[in-house]
Design a protein around this ligand. Structure first.
Ligand code: F6P
Ligand code: MG
Length: 278
């Protein structure tokens, strides 16, 4: 799997350079979910695909930017689901964006996720890889990622990142979020999943929620490219991830673009969500 992580590092360096200097405008294309694609969404996807094509252990890939899976090497054993440029609508306001990767075997179900990784393109470029542990790396001047530290969550955090449109929240969800703020939690929400979850992971805990809502009963975030990879990272860091009732990594999507309500946090906050949603 090391060669996959090396491919992710090479693509991250290229994506970062494109973010720094290329046009942040829209293309004329739409992705399978109907979002108008930025030129950088398309470019990032191509950088990643070109790196993965070189790795013979990769059997197949599926990108958030494409409707269908792409076969790579018939004898390969790994399947990779990835979001090339998460939060890309924040690029025009110069906020951090990211790339997310889930490395699977056999199929794209939570229980077959073997490892995951994400990259944050912020004031610095940081890479987080979760296998047995969650390890964070930083990019140096020579375009090399060096190990920085291991990430571990506390039992309870201080941050609250409540996603989606508030007017579409259920009554019980709204009450839970209000109660969390009444307990002294601070609001931290950028609108970019990678940055918001990175923030909670590095500050030791808290809650990120993207519930099912009246407009999007199954939430917005996609299991294969976004939710499973972070669920794996949160569990390996000592936290948890649920859809309200079930453990996220016990879910099996029927389509690579399926979405799910999701909650990521340290243990104390997830207990609170379970009590609310039981
Ligand atoms: O990929 C979708 C995304 O941009 C995530 O990065 C982010 O967490 C979410 O959408 C924000 O959605 P909303 O603006 O509805 O809270
Ligand atoms: Mg995304």
């Amino acid at each position: 799997m090391t060669e996959i992580f090396e491919a992710i590092k090479r693509s991250a360096v290229k994506i970062n350079e494109a973010i720094m200097y290329d046009d942040t405008g829209y293309s004329k294309e739409c992705n399978s979910t109907g979002d108008t694609q930025l030129k950088l969404d398309i470019k990032s996807d191509i950088f990643i695909e070109n790196e993965f094509k070189k790795i013979t252990s990769i059997k197949e890939i599926v990108s958030e930017e494409k409707e269908n899976k792409t076969s790579l090497h018939a004898k390969g054993e790994y399947l990779i689901g990835y979001d090339p440029l998460d939060g890309s609508s924040l690029l025009d306001v110069d906020q951090s964006v990211g790339s997310i990767f889930g490395i699977y075997k056999h199929n794209y179900s939570g229980k077959n996720l073997l490892a995951s990784a994400y990259v944050v393109y912020g004031p610095r470029v940081e890479l987080v890889i979760a296998t047995d542990k969650v390890r964070m790396y930083r990019l140096n001047r020579k375009d090399e990622f060096y190990f920085y530290k291991e990430i571990k969550l506390n039992q309870k955090g201080k941050l609250n990142a409540p996603g989606s449109t508030q007017m579409c929240w259920s009554v019980h969800h709204r009450k839970m979020i209000d109660d969390i703020f009444k307990d002294g939690y601070r609001l931290r929400y950028s609108g970019g999943m990678v940055l918001d979850l990175h923030h909670i992971l590095l500050k030791g805990g808290g809650l990120f929620s993207y519930p099912g809502t009246s407009d999007l009963p199954k939430g917005k975030l996609r299991l294969v490219f976004e939710v499973f990879p972070f669920a794996f990272i949160f569990e390996k860091a000592g936290g948890r991830s649920i859809d309200g009732k079930n453990r996220i990594l016990d879910l099996t999507p029927s389509h690579p673009h399926d979405t799910s309500p999701c909650f990521f946090g340290s243990n104390s906050e997830i207990d609170r969500v379970l009590k609310t949603y039981e």
